[in-house]
Design a protein around this ligand. Structure first.
Ligand SMILES: Cc1ncc(C[n+]2csc(CCOP(=O)(O)OP(=O)(O)O)c2C)c(N)n1
Ligand SMILES: [Mg+2]
Length: 327
């Protein structure tokens, strides 16, 4: 399953996991200090899905994400500085500081958007997949969403249409077992999200989303199908959010024991064990993590030093010009 990846590739991916982990730890730190507007949602513990899937994507592929999208955007290649600057509302941010954590867009890298509207990204991703199909240039569309989003009609509508039109759309569900503060068993009898695919004749699989090598292999197979023109695929990645639903979540809905057990499932430690087994020394692993940390911290400090947008420009880049006409 891992033969396509060289040891060098796997070390690169180890670094990519750390970049996301450290980036989000900085979001958390600065949110606690009151420097982050709104409610950032961290993907801590879920990074292997972002890195494993995005490793197969090109700039031309469209990516849609949710309220928990920092990792996807970074894994797709957006700049650390511009992403962080966006989250803290700086003019040098991806959307000139107007969007924030839940509205990251970077069209030059194919990041077509994050959204705070649960399931709001699915139909948009189908639109991009349709465009890719019409262009016939081999590009695809990928949408990341949570297990909670599968309770929305838009999920089923999009699955139906994508299947009917054989759209090159990869549905990636990060099933972390919770929708906000409600566990999956409390709000649905359908344990596995992949089970929703069969009636629409969409191929699907459920994989261990905390094992980067497994995610990478499964995503590779699914994406190869899409690029061949075989239609959509639903990849369900079983994962865990080690952080709260949002920064500041007191997490009364899960026990300390449950949270402690999550640490055992950490995707970074998992890959670390694999690399150690391949003969990579602890010193080298530590150096990779330290480099990632350095890179992130520098980007964060640059972003913090950047100016906020001029309040006089608050309406610029938000609405198209005709909509601004006031009388
Ligand atoms: C349309 C809509 N309904 C409700 C909410 C409130 N809400 C925010 S996150 C969330 C749960 C999402 O759960 P899931 O899709 O599993 O994603 P996760 O947070 O677990 O990553 C809800 C209900 C919302 N943002 N949008
Ligand atoms: Mg969830």
């Amino acid at each position: 399953m891992t033969t396509a990846l060289t040891l060098g590739d796997r070390k690169q991916m180890y670094r990519a996991l750390w970049r996301i982990r450290i980036f989000e730890a900085q979001v958390q730190r600065l949110a606690a200090a009151g420097e982050v507007p709104g409610f950032p949602h961290l993907s801590t513990g879920q990074e292997a899905v972002a890195v494993g899937v995005c490793a197969h994507l090109t700039r031309e592929d469209a990516l849609f994400t949710s309220h928990r999208g920092h990792g996807h955007v970074l894994a797709k290649g957006s700049s650390l500085q511009a992403t962080f600057a966006e989250i803290i509302g700086r003019e040098s941010g991806l959307c000139r500081g107007r969007g924030g954590s839940m509205h990251l867009v970077d069209a030059t890298r194919g990041v077509m958007g994050a959204t705070g509207v649960v399931a709001g990204n699915l139909a948009l991703a189908a639109g991009a997949a349709w465009a890719a199909q019409v262009k016939a240039d081999g590009s695809i569309s990928v949408v990341f969403f949570g297990d909670g989003a599968t309770g929305a009609g838009a999920f089923h509508e999009t699955l139906n249409l994508a299947a009917l039109w054989k759209l090159p759309l990869l549905f990636v569900c990060e099933n972390n077992g919770y929708a906000e503060f409600t566990s999956r068993e409390e709000h649905s009898n359908v344990t596995q999200v992949s089970a929703f695919a069969a009636p629409y004749h969409v191929p699907a699989s459920t994989v261990d989303g905390n094992d980067l090598l497994i995610v990478h292999a499964a995503a590779g197979e699914a994406i190869a199908r899409l690029r061949r023109g075989d239609g959509p695929y639903l990849l369900e990645c079983m994962t865990y959010r080690m952080a709260g639903h949002f920064v500041g979540d007191a997490q009364h809905y899960r026990s300390k024991e449950e949270v402690a057990a999550l640490k055992e499932k950490c995707p970074i430690e998992r890959l670390q064990r694999h690399l150690t087994g391949q003969g990579v020394t602890q010193a080298e692993l530590d150096a990779i993590a330290a480099e990632a940390r350095q890179e992130v911290l520098q980007a964060v400090e640059r972003a913090r030093a950047d100016p906020r947008p001029d309040p006089a420009t608050v309406r610029d880049y938000v609405y198209s010009a005709p909509a601004l006409a006031t009388s």
